[in-house]
Design a protein around this ligand. Structure first.
Ligand SMILES: Nc1nc2c(c(=O)[nH]1)N[C@H]1C(S)=C(S)[C@@H](COP(=O)(O)O)O[C@H]1N2
Ligand SMILES: [Mo]
Length: 188
């Protein structure tokens, strides 16, 4: 059977809603640092210029918010999750990655999902610098799962052995967040 384009229970929006629990971060190019920590052989601490100098890619992917809207065909440009894993030499012991925003908002996902072709740390959307309200200068985009796992104002990736549920995951949203299986809420 042909796979539907839009996951069950989602409706397509042409706009690009803005959703966040905190205020957008203030971006200071000089002070900004991006860190990769935890279960890696080569921890990273990069300046904005160093981040931009990393090998970049473009992907086109759909974005599904758990509240019901989906925005199709987003062109994201940035550094693939896979590239980060290779550069930081993520250890086999790392099973999960915690994505950390400047504010302290976090979300977690499996290293497997992070290595997926649809996972990118994006600094451009639709060919333009990612707007502050959408997470600029940098956000993670994990296209295979609901968008609460795409962290805006990303400043750190922490690779861990044991999972660490993030902001929404401890507030009742599903830890795996597979939109095709409608894993929206955790049932206790
Ligand atoms: N730092 C941070 N990232 C976040 C959020 C947030 O509140 N703070 N909300 C998440 C949720 S629920 C969604 S749907 C998307 C929304 O991204 P957008 O505002 O670019 O549409 O960001 C995700 N990343
Ligand atoms: Mo969301």
């Amino acid at each position: 059977m042909k796979k539907e384009r839009v996951p069950p229970g989602q409706h397509v929006t042409d706009g690009f809603p803005v959703l966040n629990v905190e205020r957008p971060m203030k971006f200071d190019r000089q002070k900004w640092r991006f860190r990769v920590t935890g279960e890696v052989d080569k921890p990273l601490e990069l300046t904005w210029e160093q981040f931009l100098a990393m090998p970049s890619h473009k992907i086109v992917a759909d974005f599904h918010c758990v509240t019901g809207w989906s925005r199709l065909d987003n062109e994201w440009e940035g550094v693939l999750g896979r590239t980060i894993c290779e550069t930081a030499k993520v250890k086999p012991s790392a099973k999960y990655v915690v994505m950390i925003a400047d504010s302290g908002y976090t979300s977690n996902t499996s290293v497997d999902s992070f290595l997926d072709d649809g996972t990118i740390l994006a600094y451009k959307w639709g060919g333009k610098d990612l707007e502050p309200k959408h997470g600029g200068p940098l956000r993670s985009v994990v296209s295979s799962i609901y968008a609460y796992k795409s962290v805006k104002w990303l400043v750190e990736l922490k690779f861990v052995k044991a999972d660490e549920p993030g902001y929404w995951e401890v507030r009742g949203y599903h830890n795996e967040a597979d939109p095709w299986k409608e894993k929206r809420y955790s049932v206790r």
